[in-house]
Design a protein around this ligand. Structure first.
Ligand code: SAH
Length: 361
């Protein structure tokens, strides 16, 4: 099992976020302070429909309740420190948190709508050898409300053009299953019809493969899309790329995935990064096809994205197509991921958490 997080990583010394609360949590809190339950729906309406940024603006609440909320919860939007726009319309936001750390969130524009890629941790402790997000280690988990706030901030940016966030991918900085409770709360809030009301089928969570949580997630009974970063056709190569595989070897991972597909009846996605000369040969594609033969799945191929501190090289185009064709010929449902936000370092594995103090030094 992964070592438990330190107290500070789990419970940062910051004010609780109002956005961490499900409607039922809010109603419980209201009943504790002897306020009527219906105030919960009113507050939710201000937060998620009207998207106000202070309790002061919640004018149909009594002053006493507004003061109590102000004393207890953080409601202010994260400070937007920078915004970079790609030639393909992708926007990368750098947000500053209450305690000075900053995180990245990405808005991607597709024909079918606007998708937000959210971050779940400040940094990451998994140490995948190709990824930028893990370079500085893990500082702390995000509060559920800090994950919700990313979607809200992007929605506010879209409000100007009357557009809507239509889907969410939990593929930013961090390992979502290393912040499991925060993740589940986040999912419940954004999915709630009085919250952001984003349908479960429009939300995708991706994990590096923390096996015990795959079982737990399967048992949650949510209709969320589920992706696993596989990246290798066998356990030896996977251990070289992803240290997490030494803790949860491929065999155990595949077993948990079989449990997931059986329990939920849902198909899963495998992310497979092509790392030049490491896992991108035809024989690897053949081995991969064999490995996932009986799994209800889809494979997403991702050509490696450039990370200056890492020395992986891109697979040549013709080799990528050979790999894809080999999978298809063997009956695997596979596609090449469309790449976005390259020119602003917003693609898979390029996001970083930043300590503001370091940045200004
Ligand atoms: N920790 C989760 C969520 C991150 S999702 C997970 O591992 O699934 C980001 C995806 O981008 C993961 O599949 C990750 O393995 C992949 N990735 C990381 N660095 C990359 C790089 N340099 N090039 C391509 N994909 C990369």
């Amino acid at each position: 099992m992964l070592k438990p997080l330190s107290e500070k990583q789990q419970n940062p010394a910051i004010m609780p976020s109002i956005f961490s609360l499900e409607l039922s949590d809010l109603e419980n809190w209201l009943s504790e302070i002897k306020e009527p339950k219906f105030r919960g729906a009113q507050i939710y309406n201000w937060l998620y429909e009207k998207r106000v940024t202070s309790f002061e603006e919640m004018t149909n609440l009594p002053k006493g309740l507004r003061d109590k909320l102000e004393e207890t919860f953080h409601v202010h939007p994260m400070k937007e420190v920078a915004r970079q726009e790609s030639s393909d319309g992708t926007i990368k936001f750098l947000f500053e948190l209450q305690d000075g750390y900053s995180i990245e969130t990405v808005l991607m524009r597709h024909e079918y709508g606007n998708s937000v890629c959210v971050t779940t941790q400040v940094g990451c402790r998994l140490g995948c050898t190709f990824c930028a997000s893990t370079l500085g280690g893990l500082k702390r988990n995000l509060l559920a409300g800090e994950i919700v706030a990313q979607v809200l901030q992007v929605q506010r940016a879209l409000d100007a053009t009357e557009e809507r966030v239509s889907s969410i991918v939990i593929m930013g900085i961090g390992e979502p299953f290393d912040n499991y409770d925060g993740l589940i709360k986040f999912l419940k809030v954004v999915n709630h019809d009085k919250g952001l009301n984003i349908g479960a089928r429009h939300i995708t969570v991706s994990t590096s493969g923390i096996v015990p949580y795959i079982y737990k997630f399967a048992d949650e009974g949510m209709q969320i899309n589920f992706a696993v970063s596989l990246h290798a056709p066998n356990t030896e190569i996977r251990s070289r790329l992803m240290p997490v595989n030494r803790m949860y070897p491929m065999e155990e991972l595949m077993e948990s995935i079989r449990y997931y597909t059986k329990k939920t009846g849902r198909r899963i996605s495998f992310e497979y990064g092509l790392f030049g000369g490491v896992n991108d040969q035809v024989e690897h594609a053949e081995e991969l096809a064999k490995l996932i033969k009986n799994v209800k799945c889809h494979v997403n191929l991702i050509p490696v994205n450039y990370v200056p501190e890492r020395d992986y090289v891109r697979t040549p185009k013709n080799q990528i197509f050979k790999f894809l064709e080999t999978l298809k010929k063997r009956g695997v449902n596979a596609t090449l991921r469309r790449e976005q936000g390259h020119d602003i370092d917003a693609a898979c594995g390029q996001l970083r958490a930043k300590e503001r103090q370091e940045e200004t030094r």
